[in-house]
Design a protein around this ligand. Structure first.
Ligand SMILES: [Fe+2]
Length: 172
């Protein structure tokens, strides 16, 4: 987990990392859901895992066109589960607080930095990365503050990404 945005040599390098981390993100959040004893919280993690899954599906055509899909996706998915072990040991509220603290300056800042260097056909894919990260951060904020439905931002994004996928990719 990075709290600080990493620098990438090129758009393709940044997008390759983003795509790979969405793939590992799905199994990461799924693992958090599976070990969470509280059904409401488990369902929230499962929904975040679904967000990662749908984002991967929406980004895949571009990742394939750019030739940046991971060589061994099963290994990436295994790594996601492995990385969840650290957070599985933390209290739920602490995990939410880490997300609110670190995701805006980490993942979100990285995705925002990709926009100005993205080729035209990749713009809406980058926007999806930004939107999915904002949805997850908003979920964690709602959860921590206890006001508002933490599912709401996730549901809005899920509706949006599903339509995006149905429209097809941005690959020319
Ligand atoms: Fe993600």
């Amino acid at each position: 987990m990075n709290a600080k945005a990493r620098q990438f040599a090129s758009f393709n390098a940044a997008f390759a990392m983003a795509f790979e981390e969405e793939v590992s993100g799905e199994t990461f959040f799924a693992a958090l859901g599976e070990s969470e004893p509280d059904p409401r919280r488990a369902a929230l993690w499962a929904k975040v895992a679904l967000i990662e899954n749908r984002t991967v599906a929406a980004l895949r055509p571009l990742a394939e066109a750019l030739g940046v899909t991971p060589a061994d996706e099963a290994e990436v998915r295994r790594t996601g589960r492995e990385q969840a072990v650290e957070w599985q040991a933390l209290p739920f509220a602490e995990v939410m607080a880490i997300m609110v603290r670190d995701y805006p300056t980490g993942y979100l800042a990285e995705f925002e930095a990709m926009l100005p260097v993205a080729p035209a056909q990749a713009m809406s894919a980058v926007q999806l990365l930004i939107d999915h990260e904002v949805a997850i951060i908003d979920m964690a904020r709602a959860e921590l503050s206890g006001s508002g439905d933490p599912n709401a931002p996730l549901d809005v994004y899920l509706g949006y990404v599903t339509n995006h996928h149905a429209r097809g990719s941005d690959v020319p």
